[in-house]
Write a protein that binds this ligand. Structure first.
Ligand code: DCT
Ligand code: MG
Length: 487
């Protein structure tokens, strides 16, 4: 109701004697659905929007941040009036929509013809094109700036453990920008043009460039509180709050925790301690593959045409992970509802279910995505610990030399969305976390849309998608392959 009222109050284009500009929206980069949305929006506010680019157009609006390719495209077209047209970026359009009338064209709105300006400008340096959003960067598992990003991760974690979300996210963003660079930072000057690098991050980079390491980071790493909180949170089921509580009670080791009479561990934490050695050790690709076979067999025994997809870090091409994530669903809508519980029963019968926490679906399709960054979705899911036999893994298990058990425990997550939400779930669970954060932030800040693991909404309109590519297109984003999402 509120929204409707607000829309009614929005000012319409004022009647003036000056001729109204004739807009043309460039579909490249913007995508078809967004272009038609923006066209409708502008027309509803009284603007004239041309469907084709012709000489009557006065204002060309584009979301293509690459001036050179946009201009090359414009010049390749049939229009002769290009020199007198305004070629503008979307900020002019959004400003005008907000004002309800065409705002004056300012330099900051212009997409300059770099081809005409200077020959050097035609090949922009990579620095100037790095987006502040991880979903507009391509980040493979090859990290050329590990020495810096490792330091930033420590600073991020230390702030997270002290419940300081702002600086924590700032360091995560800084790390993520450096991870996307195809080159190694070798001097401070090159970082000046990079987004998301604040003063503090710059200081850390400078320290590392000068001394090979950061004193601030070294200090954190040798701090007792940091070490103990890291140790406690490495247990499955123990978050920063619990770790802090234990630390305040004076507990400093696992044996302190286990011997403390007043502490009652929940089921998850009990399993966490029981299988600590196994689940704190990385899971290999071969082990993930073996688990895929086990889950596939279980799922197919229940529903032959079920859909099983490996997601999470392994889908992004990582060689190791802390767990293995899968999406399971069925082609028939609604049939997925009983799928997970049946899979769990089957794994139990096979004697390989070491731990299971099942969460039934609380998904309500009439609900809009939350404005908050939600860590979890409402689909049915389960957090498991499974027993994986040596003989099931090609090349054998990842075990310690002295370990002769012939099996290991592995953390596995399964999520089961209805098939019409499969693409959103796949995109949401493929990660990385930073990539997900920035996808949602981009949707909200740049497109005024809402995205989460369930859906994408433009105002109150649900935008359907059967593939991840559909979602990127709705958002007017270039498609980023899963292995380029290691932000
Ligand atoms: N996810 C998210 N936000 C969270 C937690 C998870 O968006 N707070 C998404 C992104 C990754 C996916 O869920 C699976 O989570 P993890 O298994 O924790 O991440 P991962 O990338 O698979 O990392 P790892 O390789 O260590 O398992
Ligand atoms: Mg994972």
């Amino acid at each position: 109701i509120l929204k409707k009222k607000k829309r009614e109050r929005e000012p319409q284009v004022k009647k003036t004697t000056a001729p109204l500009p004739k807009l043309y929206l460039v579909e490249r980069k913007m995508g078809r659905s967004r272009r038609s949305f923006l066209t409708e929006l502008a027309r509803s506010k009284g603007f004239i929007v041309e469907d084709v680019l012709s000489d009557v157009v006065t204002h060309v609006v584009s979301e293509d941040s690459q001036a050179s390719s946009l201009w090359a495209w414009l010049k390749g077209g049939p229009v002769k009036n290009l020199p007198v047209m305004h070629v503008l970026d979307i900020s002019w359009f959004t400003d005008s929509m907000r004002e309800g009338k065409p705002v004056a064209v300012e330099t900051r709105h212009l997409i300059q013809d770099t081809l005409a300006a200077s020959p050097e400008a035609t090949t922009p340096t990579p620095v100037s094109t790095v987006s502040q959003y991880a979903c507009q960067r391509r980040t493979t598992t090859k990290n050329n700036n590990k020495i810096f990003t490792d330091a930033f991760e420590v600073l991020a974690e230390s702030h997270e453990l002290n419940d300081m979300e702002g600086p924590c996210l700032a360091f995560r963003r800084a790390a993520s920008v450096l991870k996307s660079l195809p080159w190694t930072v070798q001097n401070l000057r090159v970082t000046e043009d990079l987004p998301c690098l604040g003063e503090h991050s710059m200081c850390v980079i400078e320290e590392i460039l000068q001394h090979g390491h950061s004193f601030e980071v070294e200090k954190i790493l040798s701090d007792e509180r940091y070490q103990i909180l890291k140790l406690f949170t490495s247990v499955f089921g123990v978050g920063p709050k619990t770790a802090e509580k234990w630390y305040r009670r004076g507990l400093r080791s696992f044996s302190d925790v286990l011997a403390e009479p007043g502490i009652r561990l929940n089921r998850m934490q009990q399993s966490g301690f029981l299988h600590y050695g196994d689940i704190s050790r990385a899971v290999s690709k071969a082990e993930a593959q073996a688990l895929g076979n086990i889950i596939d067999e279980a799922v197919r025994a229940i529903t032959p045409d079920a859909i099983l997809t490996l997601t999470g870090g392994f889908r992004r091409g990582k060689d190791f992970g802390h767990d293995v994530d899968f999406i399971v669903t069925t082609p028939q809508l609604g049939k997925e509802e009983r799928l997970l519980t049946s899979v769990i029963d089957r794994l139990k019968q096979q004697g390989i279910l070491l731990y299971c926490e099942y969460q039934a679906s609380t998904f309500d399709e009439s609900k809009l995505p939350s404005h908050r960054f939600e860590a979890m979705d409402h689909f049915a899911k389960c957090f498991l610990i499974l027993r994986l036999e040596d003989s099931q893994v090609e090349g054998g298990l990842q075990t310690a030399e002295e370990d002769r058990r012939g099996w290991r425990a592995v953390r596995v997550d399964l999520v089961s969305p209805p098939v019409d939400r499969y693409a959103f779930t796949l995109l949401g669970w493929s990660g990385s976390r930073q990539f997900e954060r920035d996808l949602r932030r981009f949707a909200r800040m740049e497109r005024r849309m809402l995205l989460d693991n369930h859906a994408l909404y433009d105002k109150t309109k649900f935008l359907a998608a059967t593939t991840e590519k559909d979602i990127f297109a709705h958002l007017g984003l270039e498609y980023i392959e899963p292995w380029q999402r290691n932000a």
